[in-house]
Design a protein around this ligand. Structure first.
Ligand SMILES: [Zn+2]
Ligand SMILES: [Zn+2]
Length: 146
């Protein structure tokens, strides 16, 4: 068992993180918590996120291209897909039998211990926005047969 002092604020942070799938920065989480917990400070949110991350309760993300650290409350192994338009980060489920570490160890000569895969693309919301005429265009009679 991991011993850690669970203050009520820390509990609330962990609780909120476990339901969020938006990979918030500390600032974003603070903005979410503040209305519910008027006494909480940004410094408290920062500090508790760091503690929770160091104990493995949340993950600190080192994502390419983002200036601010983002945190992830999803404990399942998963990858991330970034929207190149709005910056949103989605979760991608990991296929259980996918493990390239052995192959990469062989190919590189390194003792490979870990890996991280990131994807970039356009999220469903942005896709819809960028194709306003898609529903009324000439292709509307083209439907995929299922
Ligand atoms: Zn988007
Ligand atoms: Zn995630």
């Amino acid at each position: 068992m991991i011993k850690m002092r669970m203050t009520s604020q820390r509990k609330a942070i962990l609780e909120t993180m476990s339901h969020l799938r938006t990979h918030p920065t500390a600032d974003e989480l603070y903005a979410i918590l503040k209305p519910k917990m008027p006494k909480i400070s940004l410094a408290t949110v920062y500090r508790n996120l760091e503690v929770l991350a160091s104990q493995g309760f949340v993950k600190k993300l080192s994502l390419g291209g983002s200036a601010q650290k983002r945190f992830d409350g999803n404990p399942e192994p998963h990858w991330h897909v970034h929207c190149v338009k709005c910056g949103r980060i989605g979760d991608v489920e990991v296929k259980k039998d996918f493990n390239p570490i052995q192959d990469i160890t062989m190919a590189s000569g390194f003792d490979v211990q870990n890996f991280q895969i990131e994807f970039w693309g356009i999220c469903p919301d942005c896709k819809e926005e960028s194709q306003p005429e898609a529903k009324t265009g000439g292709r509307r009679h083209v439907r995929k047969k299922r």
